[in-house]
Design a protein around this ligand. Sequence first.
Ligand SMILES: Nc1ncnc2c1ncn2[C@@H]1O[C@H](COP(=O)(O)OP(=O)(O)OP(=O)(O)O)[C@@H](O)[C@H]1O
Ligand SMILES: [Mg+2]
Ligand SMILES: [Zn+2]
Length: 511
Amino acid sequence: MSYQVLARKWRPHTFQQIIGQEHIVRILKNALELNRLHHAYLFTGTRGVGKTTLARLLAKCFNCEKGATATPCDTCKNCIAIDAGRFLDLLEIDAASRTKVEDTRELLENVHYQPAEGRYKVYLIDEVHMLSGHSFNALLKTLEEPPAYVKFLLATTDPKRLPITILSRCLQLNLKRVEASQIALHLQHICTSEKIAFEVPALNLLANAAEGSLRDALSLLDQTICYCNDHITQKETEQMLGSIEQEALFNLLQALFNQDGAQLLAEIKHLSEYAADFQLALEDLLTILHRISIAQVIKDAPDHSPDIEKFAQCFSHEEVQLYYQIALIGRRDLPLAPNPEQGFEMVLLRMLAFKPVNINNPPAAKKIISPIKIKTKTETAPTLMIDNYNWAQLLPQLELNGLAYVLAANCTLKAIIENKITLILSTQHSAMCNKKLIERVEQALTRVFKKPMQLDIALSTDEIDTPTKQQQKIKTDRADAAKEAIKNDEDVRKIVDLFNATIDINSITAL
Ligand SMILES: Nc1ncnc2c1ncn2[C@@H]1O[C@H](COP(=O)(O)OP(=O)(O)OP(=O)(O)O)[C@@H](O)[C@H]1O
Ligand SMILES: [Mg+2]
Ligand SMILES: [Zn+2]
């Protein structure tokens, strides 16, 4: 017999088997016993806490041949068909895959036909927030005046994305994350029934890592059973959780290397399925980046894993340094984020956004035009000739002031390709790189170039030669020259000799 994953094998078929969610079970049982049934229920809550399970169970309660009941018999034709997923009057729609209005319409059109074999015709719409606007309208129409034999069971992880018109027509049931202690006991029960030996602390670890999701807990248990060979020990469980996380972190680095935002977000979602602690995940990411950085300077160190070696070659030194810095600051700020997953996501997205550029050694794959001629189409537009490092000449023409000027003056020009201009900013000044200032510089560029310009700012850990630095250098050069001139001035010398005076060199400044 093929192996059935635990989450499916252990899907509850009765209210007694539901772990947690006591408040919901109570409402539903009472409604069934008093025969006060609503025509539309909306199950909400995070993933894997029992939304679909409860909705199917309710469909069985509605249709058991014993009568609408809180204790379906599980032996009648209808109960068996529902448990096997082949009951004609239970229409399951996964809105995540059927979002087109025709699909929903097609299903809802049949609403006026009586149930084929059961008491109620039950529409179970999973991930209902994914329906398109038109589909919502089709659903809404039916929800307004449903025939007495129709029940709607809607489920979503994201009720905020449902129109108020739908929300107001449903009885909303909010499922909670399940307590770790309850999950741990459930895992113990499953292991005992499956004849799998275990150490209690190992199952506690899994329960904690699942963060309230029973589905996550069960899929972690599946993996642990494979890893530990039917005897689940604490030590091996720790190792396994660590190695899953490690693998996920390497996948994140791969997504960064590919500059693939969608892949990055998917990997974070995957990581969130078992990483109970994003603070720890960031710490581990820092350790990995540190090891990569070491591997970049010491070749063939014995403790380098192939993954570390690979990334040591994929990334430039600057990239690793920058990612480290971003992770470090991200770890500090994580407690300020609305929730740790969101904070972690932003840290990684920041890494994706700020790719440092090494000016001395630009990546070969990217075309950089130098010197750059800006061609303009209209006769009146100025033809600017700018070489790669002549940002200082262009800057005054932008007529910027305030912080936008400070930002631009601390940048250097990397390339202008068509209407896209890339500047480089030292990571030291990265705090200035905010959207508002970038927009102001962009507007000024648009005005000077007389066409819409798009500005990209890349961060670099290298020393860069910016207008600000050039001005500072001019100032210090002038001050040095002034100092020299005063020291060598005939009259000054005479005064020094005559009065046995000293010159306070630091009081000499240049204008
Ligand atoms: N409250 C619960 N009690 C017992 N088992 C549960 C519970 N919630 C989830 N499970 C287990 O997790 C599996 C998946 O649950 P279910 O499909 O009901 O989750 P869901 O809330 O619909 O998740 P999703 O948002 O991902 O659709 C079930 O088959 C069952 O094994
Ligand atoms: Mg579900
Ligand atoms: Zn039955």
